[in-house]
Design a protein around this ligand. Sequence first.
Ligand SMILES: [Zn+2]
Ligand SMILES: [Zn+2]
Length: 140
Amino acid sequence: MTCHIHNLKEVSNHYGEDGKPDIAVPERCFLCGKKDCRFELANLDQKYSEIVFDWGYMCSVCYKRYDSEKYHWNGKDWDKRCTKCGEMKNMSLFYQRKSTQTIGGKTYPRNDPTSWCIDCTKEWGNSLSLAKKALNNKNI
Ligand SMILES: [Zn+2]
Ligand SMILES: [Zn+2]
Protein backbone atom coordinates (compact mmCIF):
# COMPACT_ATOMS: atom_id res chain seq x y z
CA MET A 1 0.00 0.00 0.00
CA THR A 2 1.22 3.46 -0.86
CA CYS A 3 1.42 6.32 1.58
CA HIS A 4 0.76 9.62 -0.14
CA ILE A 5 1.98 11.60 2.82
CA HIS A 6 5.37 9.96 3.01
CA ASN A 7 6.10 9.65 -0.66
CA LEU A 8 5.55 6.11 -1.72
CA LYS A 9 6.66 4.23 1.37
CA GLU A 10 4.76 1.39 2.92
CA VAL A 11 2.11 2.63 5.30
CA SER A 12 2.79 -0.23 7.71
CA ASN A 13 6.28 1.18 8.27
CA HIS A 14 4.75 4.16 9.97
CA TYR A 15 2.95 2.41 12.80
CA GLY A 16 4.34 3.09 16.26
CA GLU A 17 4.05 0.89 19.33
CA ASP A 18 0.78 2.52 20.35
CA GLY A 19 -0.79 1.25 17.14
CA LYS A 20 -1.01 4.74 15.74
CA PRO A 21 1.04 5.66 12.74
CA ASP A 22 4.09 7.78 13.17
CA ILE A 23 3.19 10.43 10.63
CA ALA A 24 4.61 13.92 10.77
CA VAL A 25 2.02 16.68 10.92
CA PRO A 26 1.81 18.00 7.38
CA GLU A 27 1.68 21.59 6.22
CA ARG A 28 -1.61 21.07 4.49
CA CYS A 29 -4.80 19.14 5.05
CA PHE A 30 -4.44 16.11 2.82
CA LEU A 31 -8.06 16.34 1.72
CA CYS A 32 -8.85 19.99 1.08
CA GLY A 33 -5.26 21.28 1.05
CA LYS A 34 -5.91 23.98 3.62
CA LYS A 35 -2.87 25.45 5.40
CA ASP A 36 -2.42 27.11 8.78
CA CYS A 37 -5.11 25.30 10.64
CA ARG A 38 -5.43 22.80 13.42
CA PHE A 39 -4.87 19.22 12.28
CA GLU A 40 -6.46 16.02 13.49
CA LEU A 41 -5.16 12.57 12.79
CA ALA A 42 -7.97 10.50 11.38
CA ASN A 43 -8.23 6.77 11.01
CA LEU A 44 -9.61 6.53 7.52
CA ASP A 45 -10.48 2.87 7.83
CA GLN A 46 -10.76 2.74 4.06
CA LYS A 47 -14.25 4.09 4.27
CA TYR A 48 -13.96 5.53 0.80
CA SER A 49 -12.41 3.35 -1.83
CA GLU A 50 -10.70 6.23 -3.60
CA ILE A 51 -8.53 6.83 -0.54
CA VAL A 52 -5.85 4.19 -0.45
CA PHE A 53 -4.17 4.89 2.87
CA ASP A 54 -5.24 4.24 6.44
CA TRP A 55 -4.42 7.38 8.35
CA GLY A 56 -4.16 10.99 7.45
CA TYR A 57 -3.97 14.43 8.93
CA MET A 58 -6.99 16.52 8.12
CA CYS A 59 -7.90 20.03 9.09
CA SER A 60 -10.48 20.14 11.86
CA VAL A 61 -13.22 20.99 9.36
CA CYS A 62 -12.56 17.96 7.16
CA TYR A 63 -12.11 15.80 10.25
CA LYS A 64 -15.57 16.66 11.50
CA ARG A 65 -17.11 16.19 8.08
CA TYR A 66 -15.37 12.90 7.48
CA ASP A 67 -17.35 11.18 10.22
CA SER A 68 -20.61 12.89 9.39
CA GLU A 69 -23.44 11.30 7.45
CA LYS A 70 -24.25 14.69 6.01
CA TYR A 71 -20.98 14.96 4.11
CA HIS A 72 -19.26 12.94 1.46
CA TRP A 73 -15.77 13.41 0.12
CA ASN A 74 -16.04 12.95 -3.64
CA GLY A 75 -12.29 12.66 -4.18
CA LYS A 76 -11.82 16.34 -4.99
CA ASP A 77 -14.24 18.25 -2.86
CA TRP A 78 -16.92 17.88 -0.21
CA ASP A 79 -20.51 17.17 -1.05
CA LYS A 80 -23.16 17.98 1.48
CA ARG A 81 -26.70 16.80 2.04
CA CYS A 82 -29.23 19.62 1.94
CA THR A 83 -31.57 19.29 4.92
CA LYS A 84 -34.45 20.71 2.87
CA CYS A 85 -34.47 18.71 -0.38
CA GLY A 86 -32.35 15.86 1.02
CA GLU A 87 -30.03 15.78 -1.98
CA MET A 88 -26.28 15.31 -1.80
CA LYS A 89 -24.86 18.39 -3.53
CA ASN A 90 -21.44 19.87 -4.09
CA MET A 91 -20.31 22.45 -1.55
CA SER A 92 -20.32 25.14 -4.25
CA LEU A 93 -24.12 24.80 -4.38
CA PHE A 94 -24.43 26.05 -0.81
CA TYR A 95 -24.06 29.57 0.51
CA GLN A 96 -21.09 29.97 2.83
CA ARG A 97 -21.24 31.75 6.14
CA LYS A 98 -17.92 33.16 7.27
CA SER A 99 -17.08 32.61 10.89
CA THR A 100 -14.13 31.99 13.16
CA GLN A 101 -13.25 29.23 15.53
CA THR A 102 -10.96 29.62 18.52
CA ILE A 103 -9.00 26.59 19.64
CA GLY A 104 -6.34 26.83 22.31
CA GLY A 105 -6.18 30.62 22.14
CA LYS A 106 -5.65 30.66 18.38
CA THR A 107 -8.37 31.88 16.08
CA TYR A 108 -8.92 30.11 12.79
CA PRO A 109 -11.11 31.41 9.99
CA ARG A 110 -13.70 29.02 8.69
CA ASN A 111 -16.54 28.85 6.24
CA ASP A 112 -19.68 27.10 7.24
CA PRO A 113 -22.08 26.08 4.53
CA THR A 114 -25.72 26.76 5.22
CA SER A 115 -27.83 23.67 5.89
CA TRP A 116 -30.05 24.34 2.87
CA CYS A 117 -28.66 24.39 -0.66
CA ILE A 118 -28.79 27.61 -2.69
CA ASP A 119 -31.77 26.37 -4.72
CA CYS A 120 -33.80 25.62 -1.60
CA THR A 121 -32.78 28.90 0.03
CA LYS A 122 -33.85 30.83 -3.08
CA GLU A 123 -37.10 28.93 -3.33
CA TRP A 124 -37.82 29.65 0.30
CA GLY A 125 -36.98 33.34 -0.26
CA ASN A 126 -39.38 33.44 -3.22
CA SER A 127 -42.20 31.82 -1.30
CA LEU A 128 -41.55 34.23 1.55
CA SER A 129 -41.81 37.30 -0.69
CA LEU A 130 -44.94 35.84 -2.31
CA ALA A 131 -46.44 35.37 1.13
CA LYS A 132 -45.50 38.94 2.01
CA LYS A 133 -47.11 40.21 -1.18
CA ALA A 134 -50.26 38.25 -0.43
CA LEU A 135 -50.28 39.69 3.06
CA ASN A 136 -49.78 43.25 1.76
CA ASN A 137 -52.60 42.78 -0.73
CA LYS A 138 -54.90 41.71 2.06
CA ASN A 139 -54.05 44.80 4.06
CA ILE A 140 -54.95 47.19 1.25
ZN1 LIG B 1 -9.35 19.99 5.15
ZN1 LIG C 1 -31.89 21.64 -1.28
